[in-house]
Design a protein around this ligand. Sequence first.
Ligand code: GLU
Length: 382
Amino acid sequence: MTRKEILGNVRKIIVKVGSAVLTGEDGLDLQIIEQLVDEISALRQQGYQVILVSSGAIASGKHRLGIPGKLKSIPQKQAAAAVGQGRLMRVYSNAFGKHGLFVGQVLLTMSDITDRKRFLNIRNTLFTLMDWGVITIINENDTVAVDEIKFGDNDHLAAMVANIIEAHLVINLTSTEGLYDRNPADPKKAKLIPLVTEITPEIEAAATLEATPVGMGGMKSKVMAAKKVTASGIPYIIAPGRRQGVLQEILDGKETGTLFLPMAERLNSRKCWIAFTLRSRGRILIDEGAKEALVGDGKSLLPSGVMQVEGNFALGDPVTCVDAAGNPIAKGLVNYTADEIRKIMGLKSSKIEQVLGYKDYDEVIHRDNLAVTVQPSGKSKT
Ligand code: GLU
């Protein structure tokens, strides 16, 4: 398949742009922002829907306040973001305004999307903004985000947003040309990897080779984000953010940056939510037959396939299913508590009532609440 074919049906796009592209010595680089805005506006003209995930709040605030050197503490960074976020939005608002486009600001933390109700509210808001033709600009809500509720970096945030809106493509604009096979500081030897069909340990290793990490998370976090996005069936491209015309080049199918191919199967938004936003409360060890049923046939997990239960989870909790070797296979919401599953494991569903005194479900995890995170070949999606 050519790039053109892979990107042929793309309509909904997440463009993520990092501080390393947006800021220079003098704070926000207005010329680059104008260039980016011109390109996004041109895509809009062609019927593409674009959501922008933009960093730059902390860097811009720090520059505005004239604070020299590095910001030391988290409160300092949060305070700088409070100053910079407004400035960032004003610059975007002015630039998109020249094209007759309105911008909307959405600031998120991880805890906003682990809550199913808030997740759905965010989803509805983003779809409404898209319907209205507003350019949505998303950033982490830095002023409130402490470690436990943080996305960590905007690469991860963009991956989550892609899952929320079931995007067709994620473009991560960065300050390098893409992913290199070795340290790009050695330009003679380092070669750009144009296509990644599978994120192998070698690809992950290549991502840690850069001399100076780009932006908050560096190349490693971009590749980890690519794993999440491609596991949801969405192609992902790391591309040079300062190159003029980069977005159009990509959508024209030109060999720009590094393209990560999507996994064959597409997870729907609810399953992505289960797989990537919920924290697992325990583990269920399943046998080979159950693994085959889950992965190969898309079936539910029955008590007969359960070999062992770890943890003390409650009804409805997210739990990871692992195979006999301990490899994670799937994550799902359980129909019974950990103690109940310990009692019914290995048994036929017809025995559930006899053992527990009641039976609301035949399945330990119903397939609608189960996100399988490996491919039928057994290769990991996450
Ligand atoms: N949210 C941060 C900011 O706007 C950037 C985080 C990142 O670049 O990953 O400054």
